[in-house]
Design a protein. Structure first.
Ligand SMILES: [Zn+2]
Ligand SMILES: [Zn+2]
Length: 173
């Protein structure tokens, strides 16, 4: 499998590096980094001061050169009635997106002595692995340690691991 990462707007090199490394380690796939893309026109909702996640998925699917493509943005995303999303993908689609905007909030888990930089890097890795999992057909998993667990807050992101649980692995790997 080939996954193309599509950075949208300004994105630190470290984010691209962590995303790429996370995907390669879990899916053993080829990963490329696309040229930076401008934020899609019309994605901004001035009433909410947030960006529509769907527009980024569409962009990733359109410009990405992979079998699966993931947009990564530092902008704050929302989807339908949810206040925000860390990421979004359609089941078995070829485009997906994550936002780093809300992954930078300090850890509230308190179970780790690790630096904020390391915690942030782990969240980025987990979120890209999670969204690409959806594009491979995986739905949310009840196992709180599994990367496919639904994690609406960073606390739940921090609890889960970067890997797919055994049952999810058997479905896609
Ligand atoms: Zn999900
Ligand atoms: Zn699982």
């Amino acid at each position: 499998m080939h996954v193309d990462i599509v950075p949208v707007g300004d994105l630190p090199a470290a984010v691209k590096r962590e995303a790429s490394s996370g995907l390669r380690s879990v899916y053993d796939c080829e990963v490329t980094i696309h040229d930076n893309q401008p934020v899609p026109e019309g994605a901004y909702d001035s009433g909410r001061e947030q960006y529509r996640a769907e527009e980024f998925i569409e962009l990733a699917g359109r410009v990405g050169s992979g079998e699966k493509n993931i947009a990564i943005t530092a902008n704050d995303l929302y989807y339908r009635r949810r206040n925000y999303v860390f990421g979004l993908a359609y089941l078995s689609g070829n485009g997906s997106v994550i936002s780093t905007y809300r992954l930078q909030t300090s850890s509230d888990g308190g179970f780790s002595e690790r630096s904020a930089t390391d915690i942030f890097a782990d969240r980025v890795r987990k979120e890209v692995v999670h969204e690409i999992g959806h594009t491979l057909g995986l739905e949310h998993c009840d196992n709180s340690r599994c990367v496919m667990n639904f994690s609406p807050t960073v606390r739940e992101v921090d609890v889960k691991e970067e890997n797919l649980c055994g049952s999810c692995q058997r479905l896609v790997l």
